[in-house]
Design a protein around this ligand. Structure first.
Ligand SMILES: *[C@@H]1O[C@H](CO)[C@@H](O)[C@H](O)[C@H]1NC(C)=O
Ligand SMILES: *[C@@H]1O[C@H](CO)[C@@H](O)[C@H](O)[C@H]1NC(C)=O
Ligand SMILES: *[C@@H]1O[C@H](CO)[C@@H](O)[C@H](O)[C@H]1NC(C)=O
Ligand SMILES: *[C@@H]1O[C@H](CO)[C@@H](O)[C@H](O)[C@H]1NC(C)=O
Ligand SMILES: *[C@@H]1O[C@H](CO)[C@@H](O)[C@H](O)[C@H]1NC(C)=O
Ligand SMILES: *[C@@H]1O[C@H](CO)[C@@H](O)[C@H](O)[C@H]1NC(C)=O
Ligand SMILES: *[C@@H]1O[C@H](CO)[C@@H](O)[C@H](O)[C@H]1NC(C)=O
Ligand SMILES: *[C@@H]1O[C@H](CO)[C@@H](O)[C@H](O)[C@H]1NC(C)=O
Ligand SMILES: *[C@@H]1O[C@H](CO)[C@@H](O)[C@H](O)[C@H]1NC(C)=O
Length: 730
């Protein structure tokens, strides 16, 4: 076919008249001119700094941040008996970097780390390292660090005294593992950035969480509650990232749920329900790689989970079995300590997997169906706010003020997910003379101003007035927003309750709208930057359950956050972020190396070596059973270097064809457990369990253990041990 015929098929060979040719030329010119004018108009009315449908530069990375898996108290339940003694799953930092393709300096970083919460110390140290490596490319404005809120990870990475007390000090090995893991995940994401697209999808996940303070929630105005069908947020928001070749790169999602399927008796390091969801997703997307480690990164980040529990059977008295769904979560026999909620499974391990699987399946469904693309500029803003001194406008005539930090009596009561001590109960709006006296004698007498400010909270710990040896609570707090086209991420420094989260999202949404930015999606990223416990609504605060008692800046905290975040929205929209005042800046405290961990001095039983088998595997197992072996062991705290390549264990299968042992599982697998038991005089035992999955291939297997010993006055030495071989059949 001739090109001319293609262009003007009507004309054919016959010619027709010059007139009709002129008419066609005229129409073509007219179309061209119209096209140019329309394009110019469209360009003119687009926001100045926007780019078209070009997608983004996208990078993802995952690095280990597990830290010491023994002898360090877990952070979350505040239970000092919950001290690490092994590992179910590893903890990871997952980083996502998004940049505008034609203005690569406009970028943002989102990190979701499998830790209890982000701490001010971690953030300050991460930012210091990023500055050394990348100058101003990654800065306070555009780097968001969020914790998943697992309650089964080591603490010790805080510089405020309160958290140091429950962590037995500032534990350098824990702090370094987290800081280095986060920086490493960002480095990886930085290095593999490529052009791609982001799709967003949202959906409701039912039967997976419940409100654990429904009577607080009921204190919110009825007119407000009527606008929602549930007392928890059940929407999952999911971002799917694909590159220009259509290759999957990563997935980032937010869902409001406490990762407390593991209760406060668990001593094995574990990323809990959301961690299991990430594990399943990454395993599926990184098929052929060992235990999910591979180029694909999937994160399940925290949101407004303040009053949201995964223990969906609800609170029951563990002695009598009756419900204790009352204002004080109180049991007739044994009081509040007997009132505990459990998950859907027959034990915490099964519950964790059931809840985690639900979360994974919903994300997968949203992932498969995602079609709405996000486009538009990237923006970010950050500010440090002295949260002890914010004046909020309540109405035309009245204003309120935030308070210096303090924790109420009900803080000590804990929750149905992990009750506290000494018969403290939730919903306490009056102190107790005995504990007041103890507080006054041991800590400090709270000032009248503080008492007045926090009302109706009776003050148990006047943390804002305690500064020795270091301030007990942070006062300079981060507020931060990042926008990616039509998506805004609010990085909040603590645990917002369901309704508190709804209120701030709604205000931010309308603030954008009022400024000609109809942002459609506002997500709340929890446990970011610095830990400030809880943020309830003013009405929930009046009830003083655990969440209200833990709202450390007083009844107007939420209003203060809403006000501070609104300032950020204005700065982003007006492109005046650089003019926001940054001061006062928090500092890295100069903390001497004091901690209360026992010293590490290993010894072995006479006549034995580290890694010797003490109790061997059976000769045969069927699928569904647990293969178990015990070794002479050394303190796992010796094994904190090179965590990205180190494993405490492997399960290996003999390959008849190649006559080699092939590693099928390591300690990151949820089917294996490494359980460390300390004996006397520095001796210890490592028990390794392999919960043999139903789909395991029959064959010959072996379990190996790896460790490092440190004897008195000797250097750290690597060792390993191997079980006898065993057969698995189905
Ligand atoms: C807590 O109070 C309950 C009910 O008054 C009582 O049965 C229980 O023994 C108390 N527990 C402690 C540890 O004092
Ligand atoms: C914690 O979970 C374990 C295992 O499911 C269970 O035996 C125990 O009773 C639970 N304890 C508490 C205090 O919830
Ligand atoms: C609190 O803020 C006000 C201004 O908003 C300021 O004048 C005052 O000095 C501040 N107080 C403290 C203790 O920082
Ligand atoms: C303003 O708020 C205060 C405190 O909540 C309240 O007492 C007062 O009635 C309110 N005034 C108006 C005009 O709504
Ligand atoms: C605090 O208030 C109490 C009475 O509520 C009063 O006796 C005391 O003098 C006050 N203290 C200060 C320092 O004002
Ligand atoms: C930190 O404290 C130690 C001991 O008190 C002191 O020797 C050191 O100079 C301090 N470092 C800084 C940077 O202040
Ligand atoms: C592998 O080899 C061993 C010993 O040579 C034999 O007993 C076993 O049946 C073989 N397994 C398979 C799956 O071929
Ligand atoms: C494995 O198989 C057993 C027996 O068929 C079954 O009871 C169990 O639920 C299965 N386990 C899993 C994780 O599928
Ligand atoms: C196990 O230890 C032996 C020496 O004790 C060493 O030769 C070997 O390389 C170690 N194996 C691994 C996998 O580290």
């Amino acid at each position: 076919m001739q090109p001319r015929e293609l262009l003007l098929p009507e004309m054919g060979e016959s010619g027709k008249s010059t007139l009709s040719r002129l008419a066609i030329v005229f129409v073509v010119v007219l179309l061209l001119v119209t096209g140019i004018v329309v394009t110019l108009l469209v360009l003119h009315y687009l926001p100045n700094n926007s780019h078209g449908g070009d997608g983004y530069l996208i990078g993802v990375g995952r690095a280990d941040c597990t830290g010491p898996v023994a002898e360090v108290p877990f952070i979350g339940y505040g239970n000092m008996d919950q001290i690490g003694a092994g590992i179910i799953s590893r903890l990871y930092s997952r980083a996502f970097i998004l940049a505008e393709p034609d203005n690569w300096k406009k970028r943002m970083v989102f990190v979701s780390a499998e830790i209890g919460m982000m701490s001010q110390r971690v953030k300050l140290e991460v930012m210091k390292q990023l500055k050394q490596k990348y100058g101003d490319l990654y800065n306070q404005d555009n780097v968001i660090l969020s914790g998943t809120h697992t309650h089964s990870g080591p603490g010790g990475y805080f510089q405020n005294t309160l958290f140091m007390i429950t962590s037995k000090g500032l534990i350098r090995s824990s702090l370094h593992a987290i800081v280095n893991g986060i920086v490493e995940s960002i480095d990886m994401a930085h290095q593999n950035m490529r052009k791609g697209r982001i799709l967003i999808n949202k959906g409701i996940l039912e039967n997976t969480q419940i409100n654990r303070s429904p009577l607080s929630y009921l204190h919110n105005p009825e007119s407000e509650r009527l606008r929602y069908s549930s007392n928890t947020d059940k929407e999952m928001v999911m971002l799917k990232m694909i590159d220009d070749e259509g290759q999957d790169i990563g997935m980032l999602s937010w869902y409001a749920i406490h990762p407390v399927s593991m209760n406060n008796t668990n001593l094995l390091t574990c990323s809990d329900n959301v961690g299991y969801a990430a594990y399943l997703f990454e395993q599926e997307m990184n098929k052929g790689h060992l235990t999910g480690k591979g180029p694909y990164v999937a994160a399940f980040a925290s949101s407004n989970l303040g009053d949201v529990s995964p223990n969906i059977k609800g609170p029951h008295c563990i002695n009598t079995g009756e419900s204790c769904e009352n204002l004080h979560n109180y049991c007739p026999i044994g009081g509040a300590q007997m009132c505990i909620a459990a998950g859907p499974g027959k034990n915490i391990f099964e519950s964790t997997k059931l809840i985690g699987r639900n979360i994974y399946l919903k994300a997968k469904e949203l992932f498969m169906a995602a079609s709405e693309e996000i486009n538009g500029p990237i923006g970010s803003a950050h500010q440090w706010v002295d949260m002890t001194n914010v004046t909020v406008r309540l109405n035309a005539t009245h204003s309120g003020k935030t308070c210096i930090p303090a924790l109420g009596y009900s803080f000590a009561a804990g929750t149905m997910d992990g009750p506290g001590m000494f018969n403290f109960t939730q919903g306490a709006i009056e102190g107790d003379p005995f504990w007041d006296a103890v507080r006054d004698a041991v800590l400090a007498v709270p000032s009248n101003e503080t008492v007045e400010c926090h009302r109706p909270k009776p003050i148990l710990l006047p943390t804002g007035e305690l500064n020795k040896p270091y301030p007990w609570h942070p006062k300079i707090i981060d507020v931060q927003i990042a926008t990616i086209g039509s998506l805004a991420i609010l990085a909040v420094p603590g645990e917002f309750t369901t309704m508190a989260g709804r209120r701030i999202r709604e205000v931010i949404k309308s603030e954008f709208k009022a400024r000609d930015r109809p942002v459609m999606n506002v997500v709340l990223a929890g446990l970011c930057s610095v830990y400030t416990h809880y943020i309830t609504t003013y009405e929930e605060y009046q009830v003083q359950r655990y969440e209200g008692a833990s709202t450390i800046f007083g009844p107007h905290s939420l209003s203060a956050y809403i006000q501070s975040f609104t300032t950020l929205v204005e700065a982003i929209v007006k492109d005046s972020v650089q003019n926001l005042p940054k001061s006062p800046e928090p500092s890295i405290f100069n903390i001497t190396d004091i901690n209360f961990l026992p010293p590490v001095i290993d010894t072995k039983p006479p006549g034995h070596h580290y890694g010797d088998v003490l109790q061997d595997v059976q000769k045969t197992y069927r699928v569904g059973e647990v293969a178990e072996v015990k070794f002479v062991s050394a303190n796992p705290r010796n094994s904190v270097e090179n965590m990205n390549s180190f494993t405490f264990l492997t399960v290996e299968k003999y390959n008849n064809a190649t006559e080699n042992w092939q590693v099928l599982y390591n300690d990151a697998s949820w089917d294996t457990r490494f359980i460390w038991e300390k004996g006397f005089w520095g001796q210890s035992t490592a028990k390794i369990e392999w919960h043999i999955p139903n789909d395991t291939d029959p064959g010959t297997y072996v379990i190996k253990y790896f460790g490092h010993s440190k004897e008195l006055l000797k250097p750290i030495v690597a060792f390993n041990g191997t079980s006898s071989t065993f057969e698995v059949s189905n």
